[in-house]
Design a protein around this ligand. Structure first.
Ligand code: HEC
Length: 279
């Protein structure tokens, strides 16, 4: 008996030694994808981009597909295009601030900026562009900023998310911060993002079917019927924090930027299909 315990202890120890102290982002990504593909064996990889409508009942999906034929976000998208193309007072446009004039680049955001050591989201970059050109920044969660972001994202439809976590301790720290936020229990209900969008993905909660985290950022900014407008990913984060009665963070806070960085990296390879319509 003693010998058995000794052997087990030795086995336990070697197992511990074999596990790296911290999984790398690449290892996390592999495990994350594998989890969802095992949970939803009938879904193709690209289907995850459709969120709740990929995992819910067929009639809900059919309804959504028909709404997407004449989507209610078209007017907001047209406004976004106009805003994007309208010159600032100094005569320059948004295009001057972005690679490729801002067209077809959504899939690369958010990214780690090695100069500042910060995570740059698309919304952040849009407001930075305004400031650099002597314009006032826009409100973060909806309205004009969401419209411009949605237009820019629409020019990337079908391109695959391609987020990089370079081997820089500051990038890794942001990634780990986002990962921590995702798995940490919070709020009076003591629930993590993962509790709903991983371990209960596809299950019903009140009138909703929980979307899998894999693919979630692809449709943002989304147009929600409930909002009656476009909203950014950080608007959604705040809503989900509030659902578990946790105090939300500010849009574009380092905390939400880190969460977006982690969540979007985990959806690498998923096709951009923003803006998307949601209930
Ligand atoms: C109590 C359960 C619950 C928790 C916890 C929760 N959410 Fe949600 N979330 C929902 C519901 C319900 C919806 C609407 C249906 C859907 O798309 O999943 C939603 C929607 C979303 C969406 C929009 C998906 C889309 O395709 O439009 C995102 C993104 C999201 N949640 C992220 C998060 C993140 C990040 C966290 C952790 C901070 C989190 N959620 C925590 C319940 C939850």
């Amino acid at each position: 008996m003693k010998r058995l315990i000794g052997t087990l202890a030795a086995l336990g120890l070697t197992a511990l030694l074999a596990v790296p102290a911290q999984a790398s982002p690449e290892q996390d990504l592999k495990a994350f994808r594998a989890y969802f593909q095992k949970r939803f064996p009938d879904l193709k990889f690209d289907d995850f981009a459709d969120g709740t409508y990929a995992v819910g009942p067929q009639d809900r999906r059919d309804q959504w597909v028909s709404i997407m034929d004449f989507p209610p976000f078209e007017p907001a998208l047209a406004k976004g295009k106009k805003l994007f193309e309208t010159p600032f007072k100094n005569g320059k446009t948004y295009a001057s601030c972005f690679p490729n004039g801002g067209i077809g680049i959504r899939q690369n955001y958010p990214y780690f900026d090695s100069k500042t050591g910060k995570i740059v989201t698309l919304e952040w970059a849009i407001n930075q562009c305004r400031k650099d050109n002597g314009e006032k920044p826009l409100k973060w969660k909806k309205g004009k900023l969401a419209q411009i972001s949605a237009y820019m994202a629409s020019t990337s439809r079908g391109k695959r998310l391609n987020i990089k976590v370079p081997n820089d301790p500051r990038a890794l720290a942001a990634y780990e911060r986002g990962k921590f936020h995702f798995y940490a229990k919070r709020g009076q209900l003591n629930m993590s993002c993962a509790d709903c969008h991983m371990y209960n993905a596809g299950n019903r909660i009140r009138a909703n079917i929980l979307s899998p985290s894999l693919g979630q950022p692809t449709g943002f900014p989304v147009y929600r019927a409930k909002w009656g407008s476009l909203g950014t990913l950080h608007r959604r984060f705040a809503g989900c924090n509030k659902q578990v009665r946790a105090k939300p963070f500010k849009a574009q806070s380092d905390e939400y930027k880190a969460l977006e960085y982690f969540l979007t990296y985990m959806s690498n390879g998923q096709p951009v299909n923003a803006p998307a319509y949601r209930q």
